[in-house]
Design a binder for this molecule. Structure first.
Ligand SMILES: [Zn+2]
Length: 275
């Protein structure tokens, strides 16, 4: 019986490894890039680090060490940044992608675990790139008024609309999470081709940044896709629901959160423990 015990134990340990375990690893797991599991319960083998600066973007909060992702995600960010630069907009702030081996993080996100999620901020700073040390606590304004009563039109502008359109129309995008007021404003004002609104999925928060989620890439057979979302532009009943019976409410800022310990696929044990 004993020989069955070790794999079983490994599975249990892998399934309940704490976020602290994942956040203390500083290198990628060797091997080809593979997303294993689901966006909110998985890990990443063969992650690559996004260079801290590139044409049209800069990574912020570098000390968090969450600039690791699937190559397809890094390419997505670089391609979007190039389009934004061509459009004459200031460089994008890139926030969290994932930890060096993905997995749950000790604070903040439930997702961002398989290298296919990225946070891109609405805030920008025109002019030359700043040194990384100056990017730890940048001003990150919300597009929503502080009393949560609607869009803050002193911040929101057409550059944000173009940014979201370009981001939604890029290849590989599964969905983009935005605040209900942002979706509502776009639903009310976007003319012409509205097909890209389909990709903008309402979620709580997401008023200072939007969250891009890419499809499981080829070469990651153990990546678990997410079910589809809106059948149309999502401007009708699904949006209305967020104003009448919000499916998710965020706790007030500063509320202590219980540690998030998702059950990870057994294969993530090897990813966490690889030299
Ligand atoms: Zn996010």
């Amino acid at each position: 019986m004993k020989r069955f015990l070790a794999p079983l134990l490994a599975l249990l340990v892998g399934g309940s490894a704490s976020a602290a375990d994942w956040s203390t690893v500083t290198t990628a797991a060797p091997g080809p890039a593979q997303s294993i599991g689901f966006y909110s319960a998985g890990c990443l083998q063969g992650a690559q680090a996004l260079p801290f600066d590139g044409p049209g973007y800069e990574v912020i909060r570098i000390s968090r060490d969450r600039y690791w992702g699937q190559p397809v995600m890094l390419q997505y960010i670089q391609d979007l940044a190039a389009k934004i630069r061509t459009a004459g907009q200031a460089p994008l702030y890139i926030g969290d992608i994932g930890q060096p081996r993905g997995g749950p993080a000790p604070n903040g996100h439930a997702s961002h675990q398989i290298g296919l999620d990225a946070d891109i901020w609405f805030e920008r700073q025109p002019g030359p790139h700043r040194p990384p040390a100056d990017r730890e606590n940048p001003r990150l304004r919300s597009l929503v008024r502080a009393d949560d009563s609607g869009i803050d039109d002193t911040v929101f502008n057409q550059q944000h609309v173009l940014l979201l359109r370009l981001a939604a129309q890029m290849p590989h995008v599964d969905r983009i999470f935005v605040n209900k007021f942002i979706k509502q404003r776009l639903c009310e004002t976007v003319g012409g081709d509205r097909s890209w609104l389909n990709k903008l999925v309402v979620w709580a928060g997401h008023d200072e940044h939007f969250h891009v989620r890419l499809h499981c890439p080829s070469g990651s057979p153990r990546c678990q896709p997410q079910a589809g979302y809106y059948k149309d532009d999502g401007c009708g009943a699904p949006l209305e629901l967020w104003f009448t019976h919000p499916p998710v409410k965020l706790p007030p800022p500063g509320t202590p959160m219980p540690p998030y310990r998702p059950k990870l696929p057994a294969a993530c044990t090897a990813v966490l423990n690889a030299p």
